[in-house]
Design a protein around this ligand. Structure first.
Ligand SMILES: Cc1cc2nc3c(=O)[nH]c(=O)nc-3n(C[C@H](O)[C@H](O)[C@H](O)COP(=O)(O)OP(=O)(O)OC[C@H]3O[C@@H](n4cnc5c(N)ncnc54)[C@H](O)[C@@H]3O)c2cc1C
Length: 484
């Protein structure tokens, strides 16, 4: 039923666009609407960020919803050599520079995830993870693609407890361990580069007779003594104890024989599946589950005003230079749509007061020195939760949305502060607190550390970390902290 309405709407819309509606029509449809965004971009990877450049440069209110992976997948690249004009850099540096540029043009970054979309009406409606409802004049879908699962026995049971997809975030599970990387592509090599100095042994398990990575990538592993290759092999199952794996069962596709290999951790690198679930009821998907674009060279989807860019719409050219090209085109397509509706100049001003301004993660107070920490401690009776982070650390970036949500939850109960660790003047504070892993969350009460949590955490983990620490502080308290 819903899709029929969508279809009727689409035809109506297309025919409307043929008659080039006026700014007056658009303003009429926007009357009484709140939380307006000219260009809403879902996804903060290279596609999403580059899509923001054309509309922000033209003065349109552009908001990028970051979701669970701010900076996108490139944040996990140890080395990027194919970013035009740059000989070599890390993925995190590359994305950081792009983010700075986009912010300079005036793009807003929103840490929330988009949980649902409704493209059957205009303005388009997006519902965010914090429940906010957004009215978007145009939408760019740039949600990327995620690591494919393989479906072998034990994969779901041990996912996150021995089976991983991110070399940087989960590197602690490789330290002094015998690990397996499944797959032989460029990303598998990047994973090995991230883990080779930590792991005891890395074994690639590849279904075909050779690695499929580019020669330039393969050369990077030359001479590394702890790297091994098993060709024509598939994992058919993983066994272990409750929370950790001990061995994998292997099938040899050539000899048709089974064997067992001891391992502590497995890193998947077996291809990607587009993050298109959010759109599947509203936009047509192709056989790869990528969002289908209209024929031609644009990034337009069949619905006017909705564009898609990057890995969510491209099953083939999944390299960052292509992705940023897609993003730029999508941003330009958004401009075309907005000018068709006459939404520039006077009419832009008319909706100015109802624009959606996201809660900025930078609004959490930063401290830099030991004396600032001491002062903050003296100034409040509340416990202090201090996050030590770096904008170059993908795991830290993932903590932005949970921290903002916790700030709301524990308003008047816990004060949250941040310390950026990659600036020289903070060394004393970091040394004093003995911070060796980031992100690190240290809870202080009356100036004394009462508990710490190291590494990436979910909002729930952080919340129960605060609650248990608070319980320990006050023996009488038996329930989690609550705001009155
Ligand atoms: C380890 C590794 C190394 C790599 N190295 C290279 C390299 O050297 N060179 C190269 O060309 N390519 C490399 N790549 C590939 C490159 O990273 C991708 O091609 C590129 O990141 C795809 O960009 P994207 O913007 O389409 O998607 P992504 O980078 O995947 O970004 C998707 C964004 O969408 C957000 N999102 C998803 N769902 C939602 C939602 N519901 N609401 C809000 N936001 C949402 C995510 O949080 C994320 O910000 C590498 C990839 C990996 C994993």
């Amino acid at each position: 039923m819903k899709s029929k309405i969508g279809l009727i709407f689409f035809y109506l819309f297309t025919s409307l666009s043929l008659y080039a509606p006026s700014a007056h029509d658009a303003l009429h449809l926007l009357e009484g609407k709140k939380n307006l965004i000219h260009v809403a971009i879902i996804g903060a990877g290279p596609a999403g960020l580059s899509a923001a450049i054309p509309p922000t440069r033209s003065g349109y209110h552009t908001v990028i919803f970051e979701g669970l992976k701010p900076g996108g997948e490139l944040m996990n690249a140890m080395v990027v050599e194919n970013w035009p004009g740059v000989k070599k850099d890390s993925g995190a540096h590359t994305m950081n520079a792009l983010e700075k540029q986009v912010k300079q043009f005036g793009a807003h970054f929103a840490p929330q995830e988009v949980r649902s979309v409704d493209f059957s009406q205009w303005p388009f409606v997006l519902t965010l993870s914090d429940g906010t409802s957004i009215n978007a004049l145009t939408v760019i879908a740039a949600t990327g693609a995620s690591q494919k699962k393989l479906g072998f026995e034990g994969e779901d049971t041990y996912f996150g407890k021995g089976i991983f997809t991110c070399g940087i975030c989960d590197s602690s599970f490789a330290r002094e361990k015998d690990i397996i990387i499944i797959g032989g592509n460029d990303i598998a090599i990047q994973r090995a580069l991230q883990l080779a100095s930590l792991a005891r042994n890395i074994t690639f398990i590849v279904p075909g007779p050779r690695m499929t990575a580019q020669k330039s990538m393969l050369r990077k592993l030359k001479g590394m003594k702890n790297i091994h290759y098993l060709y024509n092999k598939k994992i058919i199952g993983v066994k272990g104890e409750e929370t950790k794996i001990s061995h994998a069962e292997i099938f040899d596709c050539k000899t048709q024989k089974y064997s067992i290999i001891k391992t502590d951790s497995i890193f998947l690198s077996t291809g990607l599946t587009p993050n298109s679930e959010l759109f599947k009821e509203h936009l047509p998907l192709d056989q790869h589950k990528c969002i289908k674009l209209r024929e031609g060279r644009s990034q337009k989807t069949p619905i006017d005003g909705i564009m898609a860019a990057g890995c969510v719409s491209d099953p083939v050219y999944r390299q960052v230079a292509v992705v940023i090209g897609d993003g730029t085109k999508a941003g330009m397509d958004a401009l075309t749509f907005l000018s068709l509706w006459g939404l520039d100049g006077v009419s832009q001003k008319a909706i100015h007061k109802d624009l959606y301004i996201p809660p900025a993660s930078t609004s959490i107070q930063h401290i830099q020195t030991v004396s600032e920490l001491n002062n903050a401690t003296k100034r409040t009776q509340l416990p202090l939760l201090v996050e030590f982070y770096s904008p170059l650390c993908p795991s830290c970036r993932k903590m932005e949305a949970p921290l903002l949500a916790l700030r709301e939850k524990y308003k008047n109960l816990v004060k949250i502060l941040k310390v950026k660790v990659d600036q020289d003047q903070q060394t004393t504070l970091i040394d004093k607190q003995n911070i060796t892993i980031i992100p690190a969350f240290v809870l202080f009460n009356k100036g004394k550390e009462i508990k710490r949590l190291e590494g990436e955490a979910t909002q729930e983990t952080l919340s129960s970390f605060i609650d248990t620490a608070a319980k320990g502080r006050s023996k009488k308290r038996t329930t989690p902290l609550k705001n009155s």
